[in-house]
Design a protein around this ligand. Structure first.
Ligand code: AMP
Ligand code: GLY
Length: 431
């Protein structure tokens, strides 16, 4: 089975690693990375160069194209490939608006009666400023369009909000600003596969969005994850499927843009039940690096079944274990970060049992017999370990992290902490 994988990060490394466990899979990645080059061919085509990706697919004639990141989805890559008769894992541009535009997503949620935070939308700074001056705090500011996890600011007071709207305005001209009610609770990432008809939930997971421990500091793309999330028991899973996932899938279908691919609901489990923070139109990063090592069912056949609208026949099976993923990032991230530092200890970490090191921002250089690895991104590595339970998985992941170093390497020390201790208090003094 020839699979074209679009993307280059740690999520794609995990997808590729799992896809390649099917011995029939031949992998071609674009633009790929040095990690992806060790699992198949790579073609240096950027994820936003839609016409070049379409030409590549036309030439390669893959049995399946798996689109990792949101940008090519929102730009309509899946639509163009489908119009060539190719099987694609990933939603159409219209369905991907559920991630691509927060205003679309919020309006959709209101139309379909989904539980979410109340909100107001502003088209200019002055109007937003007036609203913020009269508002009560905390509240949340969001940029409308894609912002790589950086378009959300949680504001404890007016001063932070006034700075926040200017930061959002700087993200792009004509950027609409959403002001949202702050939801208190426990955050969960809920993933479901759907072909527009059948829905199959994956294991639950929890991300760690901020750069520092105790959920402090600015938001990032995600600094660690674990799966399953003990908070999501059978009853809560049923509630999420019934009140959130099913209405989205049927709502998009009735609005003429059926969803096919992975639907990711970022949820806050509040005292009054689960509420939607955001939807994503793709696998989460780093949750995927924790989830896929637990999946027993063949991933290639599963994603092909989604693409060919045969999901109802698939039965997903999981390891009876826990997984923890610790992201190691470069000094400065999520702001401007250091690059091209020599990474040591990767081989040692990879030799540990039940341990996987996925590469998000790494460049492998081969000068002479032994390769060297260098940092080439904000998030550099996602170190995953499996364990009999969450504590065991977390311990093993941190042991592997301890093997690895480079100048300025940063990682959170509290991945899994909330589930293990249930006692972390909100005590950041930076907002
Ligand atoms: P989003 O990109 O919308 O998921 O927001 C990024 C992160 O900001 C989320 O993962 C939450 O941690 C936080 N967040 C977003 N919206 C809210 C909200 N209404 N209340 C509390 N926290 C939020
Ligand atoms: N883990 C957050 C995201 O993938 O958007």
């Amino acid at each position: 089975m020839k699979i074209l994988l679009i993307g280059q990060g740690g999520r794609e490394h995990a997808l590729a690693w799992r896809l390649k466990q099917n011995p029939r899979v031949k992998l071609i990645s674009a633009p790929g990375s040095s990690a992806l080059a060790s699992l198949g061919e790579v073609e240096p085509v950027a994820v936003d160069n839609i016409s070049a990706l379409v030409s590549l697919a036309n030439r390669v004639q893959p049995d399946l194209t798996v689109i990792g990141p949101e940008l090519p989805l929102v730009m309509g890559l899946a639509d163009q490939l489908r119009s060539l008769g190719l099987a694609v894992f990933g939603p159409s541009a219209r369905a991907a608006q559920i991630e691509g535009s927060k205003v679309f997503a919020k309006d959709f949620m209101v139309r379909h009666n989904l539980p979410t935070a109340s909100y107001a939308v502003f088209y200019d700074l002055e109007e937003a400023q007036q609203y913020l001056e009269a508002a009560s705090y905390p509240l949340v500011l969001k940029a409308d369009g894609l912002a790589q996890g950086k378009g959300v600011v949680i504001c404890g007071k007016l001063e932070a909000a006034l700075k926040g709207i200017h930061d959002i305005a700087r993200l792009g001209k004509g950027q609409r600003i959403l002001v949202e009610e702050y939801l208190a609770g426990e955050e969960v990432s809920f993933f479901a596969l759907t072909d527009g008809k059948a829905i199959k939930p994956l294991l639950s997971a929890q991300d760690h969005k901020t750069i520092y421990d105790n959920d402090c500091g600015p938001n990032t793309g995600g600094m660690g994850a674990y799966s399953p999330a003990p908070l999501v028991n059978k009853r809560l899973e049923e509630m999420i499927l019934e009140t959130i996932i099913q209405p989205v899938v049927s709502g998009l279908a009735t609005e003429g843009c059926p969803y096919s691919g992975l639907l990711y609901a970022g949820l806050m489990v509040t005292l009054s039940g689960p509420k939607v923070l955001e939807f994503n139109a793709r696998f989460g990063d780093p949750e995927t690096q924790a989830l896929l090592p637990l999946l027993k069912t063949d991933l290639a056949e599963t994603l092909l079944a989604v693409a060919e609208s045969r999901l109802k026949d698939v039965n997903l099976e999981w390891e009876n274990k826990s997984a923890a993923t610790v992201v190691m990032s470069a000094e400065g991230y999520p702001g401007p970060y250091r690059e091209d530092d020599l990474i040591t200890g990767l081989d040692e970490a990879r030799k540990r049992p039940d341990t996987l090191v996925f590469e998000s921002g790494v460049l492998k250089r081969q000068e002479g017999a032994t390769p060297t690895y260098h940092t080439k991104g904000g998030r550099v590595l996602a170190v995953t370990a499996l364990g009999a339970d969450l504590q065991d998985a977390v311990n093993r992941a941190y042991e592997a992290v301890g093997d690895i170093s480079w100048p300025g390497a940063h990682y959170r020390k509290d991945i899994g902490g909330k589930a293990l201790h249930q006692s972390l208090l909100y005590n950041c003094d930076d907002d």
